[in-house]
Design a protein around this ligand. Structure first.
Ligand SMILES: [Zn+2]
Length: 124
């Protein structure tokens, strides 16, 4: 499957294989999950992340740009993602996801279910 922007249908991830939430890696400064995989958040696991949101590896994000809004770009060594979504759809500008890359967090992108949608690929 992959994720798209609900507003303009722009593709936001590469092809992802669903894996159980239990396989997550919560170590700080490490990838929360492997490249090419996605998991559904089953509970609130970090700040404002909500159950039911798709999580992906940083490397799998596509067609998204980092916001220019400095209030959403706080962090120590990277992005802490604590101030709302910081990634926008490259085409329509909708806030679609939050990137976390700070030194005290695992690293991942969490997609906002109100602005993104999962698309099943042929054969799945
Ligand atoms: Zn869009």
């Amino acid at each position: 499957m992959h994720l798209i922007c609900r507003r303009c249908s722009t593709r936001l991830t590469g092809e992802l294989k669903m894996v159980p939430f239990d396989t997550r890696n919560e170590a700080v400064e490490e990838n929360f999950l492997d490249c090419g995989t996605s998991m559904l958040a089953e509970k609130v696991f970090d700040h404002d992340d909500r159950a039911g949101n798709y999580i992906a590896n940083i490397a799998d994000g596509q067609h998204m740009k980092l916001t220019d809004d400095s209030r959403r770009l706080n962090g120590c060594c990277g992005l802490d993602g604590c101030d709302g979504p910081n990634l926008q759809c490259e085409l329509c500008g909708t806030y679609v996801a939050t990137k976390r890359t700070d030194c005290w967090t695992p690293h991942y992108i969490v997609f906002d279910q109100s602005t993104t949608q999962a698309m099943m690929s042929f054969g799945e």
